[in-house]
Design a protein around this ligand. Structure first.
Ligand code: HAM
Length: 421
């Protein structure tokens, strides 16, 4: 029986890790620069949390969740995103009792049963950033700034920021009515999916990618004209901050996002050239969600960015991460006595914090040198029978192939800078 990784999942092999390490480290640094604290929430939650939080008629809940009955017959779901879980934690762990707003971030895997393609997986990874407990548009801006700065830190340039306001429970129903009345005369011109959306989730009519539907959505009434004073003022202030910062962005009237929890600000970041799945980041304000999952009414905003899509964009732009650390030294030996001395030396080097590699397979010196070279070790410490007898170690510097004989007692000190003497 040959086993395969499940469709839509993949292994992150050692040679791919440099990107992952770089992106996650840069992300952590940027989040901490802005004063965000790390939180981790469970990989699975009660199914009802996502049904209620993300929304029963969303694609995620209708078609994409990994849901199972556990051994107590309770329905559980692998998290398709982090926001609902973080809001659950905020309510359950009474994080509203802490100084507000609370700035949080997390990094980890999420799961959606989607049709796999480039940049779209069934197990993928998100950097998720949330601010809970503030309604101020300056916080919306701050959250967007965190995203911008993460992309800057990893060196990505060609991104486009898309912003919109999706209104609130006071003004959105009026807009939906306007939208439905407008579409009522035009149902023959839209696709089957859109006709279904017309009945269930009319806002999603606006982001259909099919040509005819898309052309029609361009003509459809815009939400900007239906926003209540509060939403209009909020969006106006956010735009004025964005203008002042001189960050390029576009107001995209058709961007509604695929979750029911959004209110007011929504935004996405798009990258050219990574295929149909070009959203590197998506987010928005969700002022009603915490109340909906059992906490006090609390305004909040956040975003998530797919790590795979960040890496795809980096590759597309030719950005290479710094190399992962290589061993400083490689310990080589010849003969049984020397092997014992080499084992002890390697232990001493590692205790001193020096990255040390060795091949304990009793291979020829040539084979050991080849391995040291392959690993990119800075120098090789050679112990043969003569070295054991004389109480010395031969130190070979790989960069220029020079050799020196160093007393055994001095060798750790001699290589502790990562360089041979
Ligand atoms: P989302 O737009 O569903 O939003 O996902 C955010 C990002 O996750 C996407 O822009 C994309 O980069 C990545 N992503 C999503 N699905 C996949 C997939 N199947 N394969 C690879 N990457 C994927 C959310 O998840 C919201 N919870 C964001 C948020 C946080 N809103 C407020 N706070």
């Amino acid at each position: 029986m040959n086993y395969r990784a499940p469709r839509g999942t993949y292994d992150i092999l050692p040679e791919d890790q440099a990107y992952w390490r770089f992106v996650t480290e840069q992300t952590r640094q940027v989040c901490e620069l802005y004063g965000y604290e790390q939180i981790d929430v469970p990989v699975f939650e009660q199914t009802a949390l996502f049904e209620r939080g993300v929304g029963e008629t969303t694609d995620i809940v209708e078609k994409e969740m990994y849901t199972f009955l556990d051994r107590s017959d309770e329905s559980m779901t692998l998290r398709p995103e982090f926001t609902a879980g973080i809001c659950r934690a905020y309510a359950e762990r009474k994080l509203h009792g802490r100084p507000q707003p609370l700035r949080l971030y997390t990094i980890g895997p999420a799961f959606r049963y989607e049709r796999p393609q480039a940049g779209r997986y069934r197990q993928f990874h998100q950097v998720d950033v949330e601010v809970l407990g503030s309604q101020d548009p300056a916080i919306d801006l701050e959250v967007m700034q965190v995203a911008w700065q993460i992309y800057e830190a990893v060196g990505i340039k060609g991104l486009s920021f898309q912003v919109n306001s999706t209104g609130c429970p006071a003004c959105r129903p009026g807009y939906i009515q306007t939208l439905k009345s407008w579409y009522e005369q035009r149902l023959d011109g839209i696709c089957g999916d859109c006709r279904r959306r017309y009945g269930q989730n009319p806002l999603r009519l606006l982001d259909c990618k099919k040509e005819a539907c898309s052309a029609m959505a361009d003509e459809a009434p815009r939400i900007a004209k239906s926003l209540c004073n509060d939403c209009d003022d909020h969006f106006g202030r956010l735009r004025s901050y964005l203008d002042a910062l001189d960050r390029p962005y576009e107001v995209n009237h058709r961007m509604v996002r695929g979750f029911d929890y959004y209110t007011k600000t929504v935004f996405e970041v798009w990258a050219e050239g990574i295929g149909a799945q070009n959203a590197v980041c998506g987010g928005g304000r969700y002022d009603g969600l915490i109340g909906m999952v059992g906490g006090p009414e609390t305004p909040a905003i956040g975003f998530a960015s797919g790590i795979e899509r960040i890496i795809l964009t980096m590759k597309q732009e030719g950005i290479e991460p710094p190399d992962t650390p290589k061993p400083s030294v490689f310990v080589a030996y010849l003969g049984a006595e020397a092997k014992k001395a080499a084992v002890l030396l390697a232990q001493e080097l590692r205790t001193a914090g020096i990255r040390t590699a060795a091949l304990w397979e009793d291979r020829s010196l040539k084979a050991q040198m080849k391995q040291a070279d392959r690993l990119g070790a800075g120098c090789v410490l050679i112990i043969g029978e003569d070295e054991v007898k004389d109480g010395v170690v031969t130190v070979r510097r790989m960069a220029d192939s020079t050799q020196a004989t160093v007393p055994r007692a001095d060798v750790v000190e001699a290589v502790s800078g990562g360089d041979a003497p």
